[in-house]
Design a protein around this ligand. Structure first.
Ligand code: SAH
Length: 363
């Protein structure tokens, strides 16, 4: 029997597991406190647990974390880790430092099968889902680095490689693990899941019962353009998608974010802004305009600054709150004329997390 990784258990699941073993339910809380609050990484340090039960724990469970394969730090403090899972599969996660806290962007799958035309993550198809322990592991590995600075991960975005709602159950466990008051206690409002628009997932997300944030990658004002950019749009067109979003807002009372990458000559005209504002009118939302991060295998270019500003101005003047995603970075690659991004020079920006690491083994 392979050992079970404790980082994959919600508190409720761990309580059930303990009860099923004939242990008291509070064992689960004890374990949660040791691993998430007291930051202990081995069973022997859990001094309020009997030696005999610690031996059982060692026999049947692990506290293994993904292994750091490479670590890159940009001069703005952004950290990108390539971590290796037990089977050799690798994924990236990125830490961004805001003045309000430390936000980690985690991956939810090895590769991605959504096939968005502008994104690097789908260059190789999805290989497998990440388990809840492997997603939690990304946060805990980053926390280990931050604990040394007296800091910790305070915000989470599930926006790395993969489509979170194509791995719904594990992502759901993950957000409950992060949010657990007896563990890391990361506020639900500090947790955001971003989807390309898988409608069944949006419906389930509305029933999670915690106030987590939802972001939708929209990237187009109509089905014609969206179909060209995002194959998912052929399964769930904009009417169906926006109906699900409205239903979600009704259930959760939460404002949603629409992400919209501005791509030169594709979706960045004033006509597009007009159509978008008409489609979104009356929906409790705001639009986050994302400057395209070029991916060398893809033909798309970033919109001109003046078009980005005009698009944003149009939306704001027509009742749709909109911001342009702030760009950071100290320009590691400034010499190459790159615009400043989160972790410029380490390919840490949205859509640049790559599937090449899907390849197993060391590269
Ligand atoms: N599958 C999820 C989450 C991963 S992508 C989703 O689609 O939302 C995270 C965000 O980065 C999405 O909004 C995605 O559309 C965006 N993105 C992908 N490629 C990009 C690129 N080249 N430049 C800028 N943003 C990109």
């Amino acid at each position: 029997m392979p050992k079970k990784n404790l980082f994959g258990y919600t508190l409720k699941a761990l309580e059930e597991e303990m009860l099923a073993r004939g242990e008291k339910k509070y064992r689960a809380t004890q374990l949660y406190q040791w691993i998430y609050v007291k930051k202990v990484t081995d069973f022997d340090s859990m001094t309020d647990i009997s030696k005999s039960f610690r031996d059982v724990l060692k026999e049947e469970y692990t506290l293994d974390l993904p292994r750091i394969f490479t670590k890159q730090v940009a001069s703005d403090g952004t950290i990108k880790l390539l971590v290796e899972m037990e089977d050799g599969a690798k994924v990236e996660c990125v830490l961004m430092r805001y003045d309000y806290g430390n936000a980690i962007c985690v991956s939810s799958q090895i590769g991605c099968s959504m096939g968005c035309a502008f994104c690097a993550s789908g260059l190789l198809k999805r290989e497998r889902n990440l388990s809840a322990a492997e997603i939690t592991g990304q946060v805990m590995v980053m926390n280990k680095i931050l604990y040394e600075e007296g800091e910790n991960v305070s915000h989470i975005v599930v926006m790395g490689t993969g489509e979170p709602f194509d791995n719904y159950d594990n992502v759901s466990s993950f957000i409950h693990i992060m949010n657990e008051a007896k563990g890391l206690a990361i506020g639900a409002r500090h947790i955001t899941v971003s989807t390309c628009g898988l409608v069944p997932g949006i419906k389930r997300y509305g029933d999670e019962g915690i106030q987590v944030n939802l972001a939708i990658s929209l990237h187009a004002p109509n089905d014609k353009i969206r179909n060209e950019l995002m194959p998912v749009s052929r399964a769930y067109n904009m009417d169906v998608l926006l109906d699900a979003v409205k239903e979600y807002i009704e259930k959760s009372g939460r404002r949603v974010t629409f992400e919209y990458i501005l791509i030169k000559g594709v979706n960045d005209t004033i006509e597009c802004a007009k159509e978008l504002s008409e489609r979104l009118r009356g929906i409790l939302c705001y639009v986050n305009l994302i400057p395209l991060n070029p991916v060398k295998e893809k033909p798309f270019e970033r919109s001109l600054d003046k078009d980005t500003k005009a698009f944003s101005l149009y939306l704001n003047n027509h009742g749709i709150n909109c911001t342009i995603r702030k760009e950071w970075g100290t320009g590691i690659d400034a010499a190459c004329g790159q615009l400043k991004e989160w972790g410029t020079g380490i390919d840490a920006a949205c859509g640049q997390l790559r599937a090449k690491y899907v390849l197993k083994g060391r590269n």
